[in-house]
Design a binder for this molecule. Structure first.
Ligand code: EPU
Length: 432
């Protein structure tokens, strides 16, 4: 797994239109859900296309600490979760990433008890856990705070009809994890519909679960008594793909991103077309060796790159994780763009950095107004979180002169080999 020294910086000399073809990694978030799902069986699990990023390494350590054996061989992860003695996640690891809380559902379902300290993650707003707790309680668990940890216990979980106040992504996955081993039928109404949730349900079904409607707002789970091992491939990362597509557009380039699944990127594709970008989905011939078929998207400007307005909302709306990269790209669009953030209450960390670089941005509440096009200037800036980091990278690729980006551990958490991929597209990027 990639680890980044705290002092490492990205140095980008902008002004090169990106050209060529790259492939994206497996989805960071979907892979985190898949690693957590391996806790639901003692049988061997093989996960493929697992991205080489720090968060996955942290999640693997969390599982090892619970007694699982985890082997990583490039993009393949093998897990055997012979667990039972320990039902509490290591508090320090839990605090290092948001997805650590996903050990709760599997441990509760399999062992009847689970404990985890408040999870870490990007500082992008208040990130409550009430949806998780309401779901566990509806299934019959007692959930309470005991010292530094949240603890959930149940002598038996029973299926229930559960309405979520908010379609929380991790909340949906966690409650599904618990419900697959509950007795009887669980129906979740107002579930998150993200492709990563759909993939988690596909994985669980491959392990013997009975889930219908994964990736829809209503999910039905018929409980089973046990799950078995599986060999499963993680879906490509739609946020990483979207970030590179936006980098291509921002720099007035012409790029093909293999692994940009058009069905997962409808909202981005629609906005890019509205802004006069030519967006062409393609399919590569099946690979003789594996029979695998790769899809992707080519982007290039088809006329004047125009301003757009959008709101970041739960899937299939415009992804909040693409808000900051989109804002950076829109500094190059003609006219006034507006982005309304409707998922998080503090996702504007990138604005101050882009302003240092000369962007004309005005914020009000959870909205940002961007006037363009702007000739950005290379400046020392920092990455506040993974997507704010992606935004400064995009701005740097467009800027005149050299941009030095510090705190890039955040960027490396979500983008494997970002500098290598950007260099393959002709960017002048180095790491020191
Ligand atoms: N929310 C609630 N109650 C809850 C949980 C969440 O009201 O119990 C609200 C939060 O306040 C927030 C919104 O729901 O405003 C979104 O939270 P959600 O629970 O859906 O997010 P998450 O599951 O914690 C995952 C991804 C995020 C991504 C969001 C939304 C992982 C590890 N994280 O977080 O990814 O932004 O879904 O799509 O899967 C990223 O990759 O940069 C990232 C932050």
């Amino acid at each position: 797994m990639t680890t980044t020294a705290a002092t490492e910086r990205l140095i980008i000399r902008g002004g090169h239109p990106l050209r060529g073809r790259i492939a994206v990694s497996g989805s960071k978030n979907a892979a985190l859900y898949a690693v957590a799902a391996t806790l639901l069986t003692a049988e061997p699990m093989t996960l493929r296309n697992v991205p080489a990023i720090a968060d996955i390494g942290e999640m693997a350590e969390l599982l090892r600490d619970l007694g699982a054996s985890v082997e990583v061989d490039g993009e393949i992860m093998r897990v055997e979760a012979h667990i039972g003695e320990k039902t509490a996640a290591d508090p320090e690891r839990a605090a290092s990433l948001r997805a650590s809380f996903l050990v709760m559902g599997p441990l509760l379902g399999r062992l009847g008890e689970a404990a985890c300290a408040p999870p870490g993650g990007d500082v992008i707003g208040s990130r409550p856990l009430d949806v998780h707790f309401a779901g566990f309680r509806a299934l019959g668990a007692v959930v309470q705070r005991e010292g530094p940890e949240y603890v959930a216990r149940a002598s038996k979980l029973r299926g229930a009809r559960i309405f979520f106040d908010y379609p929380s992504v991790l909340g949906t996955v966690n409650v599904i994890f618990a419900a697959v081993l509950a007795e009887g039928m669980t129906t979740i109404v107002n579930a998150a519909a993200e492709p990563e949730v759909a993939m988690a349900c596909d994985l669980l079904n491959a392990m013997g679960a009975r889930i219908e409607g994964g990736g829809n707002n209503t999910v039905r789970i018929e409980g089973v008594t046990s799950l078995h091992g599986a060999d499963f491939t993680i879906i490509p990362d739609r946020i990483e793909a979207g970030t590179y597509l936006l980098a291509g557009v921002a720099t007035d380039g012409d790029i093909e991103v293999v692994g940009a699944v058009p069905d997962h990127l409808d909202s981005l594709v629609a906005k890019l077309r509205e802004a006069n970008v030519l967006v062409e989905p393609f399919t590569l011939p099946a690979q003789a060796s594996s029979g695998r078929v790769d899809v992707g998207i080519r982007v290039r400007r088809g006329g004047r790159f125009d301003a757009v307005q959008l709101q970041a909302v739960p899937y299939p709306g415009f992804a909040t994780d693409l808000h900051a990269p989109m804002a950076a790209a829109l500094t190059q669009a003609h006219g006034v763009s507006i982005i309304h953030e409707r998922v998080y209450d503090n996702r504007m960390n990138y604005v101050s950095e882009l302003r240092f670089m000369g962007a004309r941005m005005t914020t009000g509440g959870q909205s940002v107004m961007i006037e363009g096009p702007t000739a950005l200037i290379g400046t020392p800036v920092r990455a506040h979180d993974v997507r704010a980091g992606a935004a400064v990278v995009l701005a740097a690729l467009c800027a005149d002169g050299e941009t030095t980006i510090r705190d890039i551990t955040h960027i490396d958490r979500g983008y494997a080999d970002l500098d290598v991929r950007l260099r393959a597209l002709g960017a002048d990027v180095s790491r020191r």
